[in-house]
Write a protein that binds this ligand. Structure first.
Ligand SMILES: [Zn+2]
Length: 245
């Protein structure tokens, strides 16, 4: 085994940057299959922010502006479509976080694929997933906030039956809601004037990041608003920043 003292400078820098010891060398991108993410850092904070669906441009614009005034690390998908390329087909990037969930998405979006091709894509995801998670998940006690936009088909009404608890104080605006995985965060968010649901122990694994975060005990909040309703999403993000530890 080689001793650290024997490392040359280039090896040391590569090693150190991998673990984030040298901020100026930390990578500006991370990818998984055809999902390529840009990493935007501002100051030092345990906050992580994510834009995972490339066509949710209201959330993208809000997050980029938010990062100019708040400390944290934002990870933004570079594509401008909802699905991303994989092995010549496509997948929903928010279904990549478990093998079982990815398989369902791959089969639905690539109906002409045979079993070998499915397995090849799933293996690719399994190999690359830890590196993406290392960039996404916050340090212990930190918070990951994922920003989403929705349209007519999806609202808090879809999540309410799957949730362990809910506080729906703004039923007039069902497309605007928080979905969180931590009971402490739920308690605080329940005091807001907004809709919030808690999904800490949901059984069904659909491959989404919220399910993985819940399973790993990571504090995670989905912030949903209707596409185009930037003011509402901005208000909710501001409320979250001010009140959550
Ligand atoms: Zn989304």
């Amino acid at each position: 085994m080689r001793q650290p003292a024997a490392w040359n400078r280039r090896e040391f820098l590569a090693f150190a940057s991998l673990f984030g010891w040298l901020p100026f060398l930390r990578p500006g991108h991370v990818s998984l299959a055809g999902a390529r993410f840009r990493i935007v850092r501002n100051g030092r904070s345990k906050r992580r922010y994510l834009l995972i669906h490339g066509d949710e441009e209201t959330a993208r614009g809000l997050l980029l502006r938010h990062m100019q005034a708040h400390d944290g690390t934002a990870i933004l998908i570079e594509s401008h479509t909802r699905n991303v390329p994989i092995e010549g087909g496509q997948i929903d990037p928010n279904r990549m976080f478990s093998r079982a969930g990815a398989e369902i998405s791959l089969k639905a979006l690539n109906p002409d694929w045979g079993p070998e091709r499915i397995v090849r894509a799933l293996d690719l995801l399994d190999r690359g997933r830890p590196r993406l998670l290392a960039a996404l998940f916050p340090p212990a006690g930190g918070l990951l906030v994922a920003l989403h936009n929705n349209t007519d088909e999806y609202s808090v009404a879809n999540e309410e039956p799957l949730s362990e608890a809910g506080s729906l104080r703004d039923r007039e605006h069902p497309h605007a809601f928080f979905l969180c995985t931590d009971a402490g965060d739920f308690k605080i968010l329940s005091d807001s004037p907004y809709n919030v649901v808690l999904q800490q122990h949901v059984q069904e694994d659909d491959g989404s990041l919220s399910r993985l975060a819940a399973a790993r005990g990571v504090r995670y909040v989905n912030l949903e608003s209707r596409m185009g309703n930037r003011d509402r999403q901005e208000d909710m993000l501001a409320w979250l920043e001010w009140h959550l530890p």
